[in-house]
Design a protein around this ligand. Structure first.
Ligand code: SAH
Ligand code: SF4
Ligand code: F3S
Length: 479
């Protein structure tokens, strides 16, 4: 998923970097002081779906009498909204629970809850494994939080990990915790019906369901009215979005939903993530082409460049199909359309030649960037049950390093093509390095840094790019 969307890509960093990343990538509550009597502190891990869920949880808890706090020591209730995608994601949460124990000892009344995918995967065994946990709540059970909190207040431990076929939280107005006031995320669907053999998501998030299109458009309208300039439509597989009204008179597919949101305002940028290569249609590509405000950037995870490995992964497409989709993107949207990927190194039985196929696919596509991982076996998945995790860790790591190196080359090639051109940049913040510079993103989702002059957060600025690094474009604002 997107940079901010998948925050657990620490497998490819040094332990020092991983620690730094884990602390800055983890999203923590903001302060909402509306005079409520109790305080909630919530930390989110994993993908953007989880971050978006934390905003729903905060809204439900707000109704129940909680403001959010960014200071854990002020909290009456502490929630960790967790991820299970790789073993490391779960280890991070367990380590964090160890640290939180310190605060709980100082304030024994503090309620500790584990939410999200790890809660769903481990269910009530989490209560036995992690003694400080009072509450275990799966991703489809957040409406039950008020009851569960009452149970805990009454001195019991509480668990609800029921998955639902209908829940989309469509009517809940999220409290924007993770926002810079410029861009926001809108969940358009939940769950996943694909059964990629390596992946835990179908088990932790349940069956795929699409949210009422009207409620999505209303949420986007509300954001426009509040001055937001960019929305990202979120789902594990947005191209299979399909909503039908109860009386069957209205049917909306993903291309149509994109169009409805894009029509709200020409000043609203529309992004989406994640696209599945088996489902992305030419209709979606033509809709992107038709609207200037739909960003020309597609996250299209390949996972591997080899057809046999893709089959073992149960991705349901092969290399030729994937390349055909990339060619369609280039033909319809042009060379400048940004494409990114997720890659897994060292999946079960992957040979050196098959690994080389991943590198050659990357060379062909010239991804703008990728999220790269080595394979981490997850209990209960198809791969864990049927395939042997037989690639030694050193080999996985070496292959991952080669994939990362190839991506650096591709990113630099692609960024160099952006030099000498004007880019429309939506300003999101000050540059991390200096308050004299602003940071924003161009249409292709690349970070662009330029001297501030009189510009500010939320402005669209034309920036002439004159330099680049592997991860960033640099330029000057032009009036
Ligand atoms: N729905 C998205 C992926 C969501 S998970 C899609 O289909 O593309 C984000 C990424 O984590 C995946 O694309 C995959 O590259 C990686 N991932 C998932 N399970 C993994 C595992 N067991 N080991 C290593 N990486 C994994
Ligand atoms: Fe996991 Fe595959 Fe679903 Fe993505 S499409 S969430 S990788 S099962
Ligand atoms: Fe997301 Fe992690 Fe769950 S990637 S869907 S939070 S397992």
């Amino acid at each position: 998923m997107d940079p901010i969307i998948d925050l657990d890509f620490i497998d490819n960093r040094t332990p020092e970097q991983a620690t730094a990343a884990a602390s800055c990538d983890t999203k923590v509550s903001v302060e909402t002081n509306t005079g409520k009597t109790r305080k909630l502190y919530i930390e989110s891990y994993g993908c953007q779906m989880n971050f978006s869920d934390s905003e729903i949880v905060s809204s439900i808890m707000h109704e129940q009498g909680f403001d959010t706090t960014s200071n854990i020591e002020h909290a009456d209730v502490v929630f960790l909204n967790t991820c299970s995608i790789r073993e490391k994601a779960e280890t991070t949460v367990r380590n964090r629970l160890g640290q939180i124990n310190y605060y709980k000892r100082k304030k024994p009344s503090m309620v500790i809850g584990v939410l999200g995918c790890m809660a769903e995967r481990l269910k009530k065994s989490l209560l036995e494994e992690e003694k400080i946990v009072d509450l275990v709540v799966g991703p489809d059970a957040y409406r039950d939080l008020p009851n569960l909190i009452n149970e805990v207040d009454g001195g019991q431990k509480a668990v609800n990990v029921l998955l639902s076929r209908e829940e989309t939280y469509a009517d809940i107005n999220p409290i924007r915790l993770n926002s810079n006031g410029v861009s926001a995320f809108i969940s358009i669907m939940r769950g996943c019906d694909n059964m990629c053999s390596f992946c835990v998501v179908p088990f932790t998030r349940g069956r795929e369901r699409s949210r009422d299109a009207h409620s999505i458009v209303r949420e986007a309208e509300g954001l426009v009215a509040q001055g937001f300039k960019e929305v990202t439509l979120l789902g594990q597989n947005v191209d299979s979005y399909k909503w039908e009204s109860e009386d069957g008179t209205e049917k909306v597919n993903f291309a149509q939903l994109l169009e409805l949101v894009a029509q709200l305002s020409p000043d609203l940028r529309v992004r989406f993530s994640t696209s599945h290569p088996k489902d992305i249609t030419d209709e979606v590509l033509y809709t992107m082409k038709k609207y200037d405000n739909i960003c020309k950037y597609i996250h299209l995870p390949a996972q591997s460049g080899n057809s046999r490995v893709l089959e073992l992964m149960n991705r349901t497409y092969d290399r030729a199909w994937y390349l055909n989709r990339v060619d369609a993107i280039r033909a319809i949207l042009g060379e400048e359309c940004g494409i990114s990927s997720d890659m897994i190194a060292g999946f079960c039985s992957e040979t050196e030649e098959e690994h080389q196929d991943t590198l050659s696919l990357m060379e062909y596509v010239q991804y703008d960037y990728s999220y790269m991982f080595f394979y981490s076996e997850r209990p209960g998945t198809l791969a864990a049950r049927k395939l042997e995790d037989d690639i030694p860790l050193e080999v996985k790591k070496r292959r991952l390093a080669e994939i990362i190196e190839k991506q650096r080359e591709c990113s630099l090639n692609r960024n160099k093509l952006d030099i000498g051109r004007m880019h429309r940049v939506l300003v999101e913040n000050f540059s991390k390095k200096s308050a004299d510079f602003l940071s924003g993103r161009n249409d292709q989702n690349k970070v662009v840094i330029f001297p501030k002059k009189h510009y500010k957060k939320g402005d669209y600025v034309n920036v002439f790019v004159n330099d680049c690094s592997v991860g960033t474009l640099f330029g000057e604002a032009v009036n």
